[in-house]
Design a protein around this ligand. Sequence first.
Ligand code: 13P
Length: 253
Amino acid sequence: MKRIPVIAGNWKMYKTKDEALAFIYAVNQDLPAKEKVETVICAPSIFLRDLVKRQGEELGIGAQNMHYLDQGAYTGELSALMLKSYGVKYVVIGHSERRAYYNETDETVNLKLKKAIAEEITPIVCCGESLDIREAGTTNDFVKVQVEAAYQDVSKEEALKTILAYEPIWAIGTGKTATPEQANDTIKAIRGVLASIYDQETADQVRILYGGSVKPANVDELLATSDIDGALIGGASLQADSFLTLANAALKK
Ligand code: 13P
């Protein structure tokens, strides 16, 4: 079963409106066909409407977070319904920065995942360990807990609509990439967790991305592995030429 690779940019809190628009115009013509590589930009929410309007045929637009409730007195939050009504097709859930700074927990990740699927928004569900955990040799146990919690009460059919991203915290924004072997081994272990929750066939269909200092210089070796199905990219997704290089590299997958 061939898994279509995913190249997703996470812009975090970068860019102005003009820069965001310039990026979209610069990449639109040269992105691979979405049947071959799914490309996504997860942008700050204020840009989402403008980006959706100009996204072209191949690119999908995603948010970086959402609330798990439909509405309510939650100042500063966005609901899945709001995102859906603007044509936003993806959402990053459980990024380590949100877990570290905004109180995201395994429980809220699970609630958000279920809500996103219910509103037909593809969740990109993040997991990943700190350096202490990596050095203690307990990475696989740690991500297993995160993944099992995220997929609690999620059916097999729903799980097939999700994308996972393994992002070791020590590799994010540090220039320190996990080696292809490290990333692939952990992603294999994550696939094993999905197989134990569901079955091997389901595990074999879910796309699992690697994130953490992915750039044009290292994307080929990461994507050459058996289980890494694409990348979630921060810094190197901000420039159009670099994002295009990463997206087109996935054509070789
Ligand atoms: P960098 O690619 O900047 O390391 O960021 C990775 C990331 O956090 C993507 O979500």
